[in-house]
Design a protein around this ligand. Structure first.
Ligand code: CTP
Ligand code: CA
Length: 222
């Protein structure tokens, strides 16, 4: 039961959260995806609700159910996610936890691709728009923009560069190497990178990471 919400330090604040993977169609029956479960983004949305925020939750096809009480916008593709994000009005803070597919098909087939005996299909990719960078550069930029950085090597260095490149205020860096068990797991091991530097948080449950991040957002929004 998500009890008496809409009270707490984020009362009256509108926060946008993106979450989950995106699916990019190859043809009507196949798609490109990634291993994001949506667990961390969902936990963040729940924690923000718990502090009284109104939460617009733009989610790709995740394994976990969205929290009760969010304004849910379900999408499949990166293009749809961008459209939904652009449609959100008067956002005080944005948390971009989605694992957006970097590439889609240059042209998805409108019919199922068949084995025709003449060789293998060749998939031609196009790059998806960067939703986080687009929001950071937009006129109605939220006061606080929090990105994520999924890395498998040089985590802090890559994440720090990503923060600068995209123009977000904070970036939550995590190591998603298979050995960490983070992708699809219940725990996360993150470093919060802000103007003040890199703050290494101990490995903890994704729910705890979410609560800690929601607290920090509440402090930052005053
Ligand atoms: N992101 C986004 N739109 C994209 C790609 C990424 O909004 N098309 C956001 C993610 O939600 C995350 C941040 O950008 O908050 C970083 O995503 P990540 O995949 O780590 O970085 P990329 O810039 O895509 O770089 P790469 O995957 O090559 O490391
Ligand atoms: Ca990426």
């Amino acid at each position: 039961i998500e009890a008496a919400v809409n009270d707490g330090p984020l009362k009256g604040k509108h926060i946008l959260v993106t979450s989950g993977p995106t699916h990019e169609p190859i043809d009507p029956v196949r798609y490109i995806a990634n291993r994001s479960s949506g667990a961390q983004g969902t936990a963040i949305a729940r924690a923000l609700l718990g502090l009284g925020a109104r939460v617009t939750f733009v989610s790709g096809p995740a394994d976990v159910a969205p929290p009760i009480g969010v304004d849910l916008v379900s999408v499949q593709t990166a293009a749809q996610m961008l459209e939904a994000v652009n449609a959100a009005q008067d956002v005080d803070a944005g948390v971009f936890a989605a694992a957006v597919a970097d590439w889609r098909m240059a042209t998805a087939s409108d019919q199922k691709i068949k084995k025709d005996g003449k060789g293998l299909p060749v998939l031609e990719f196009a790059e998806n728009p960067d939703i986080l960078a687009t929001v950071c550069a937009s006129r109605g930029r939220p006061k606080l923009v929090v990105g994520f950085a999924a890395e498998t090597q040089n985590v802090i260095e890559n994440a720090t560069a990503k923060r600068t490149r995209k123009g977000c205020d904070w970036i939550v860096a995590n190591d998603v190497s298979p050995a960490t068990g983070i992708m699809g797991g219940a725990e996360n091991d993150v470093t919060l990178i802000t103007d003040d530097g890199a703050e290494d948080w101990p490995r903890m449950g994704k729910d705890q990471v979410a609560q800690k991040l929601a607290q920090r957002i509440a402090e930052a929004l005053g």
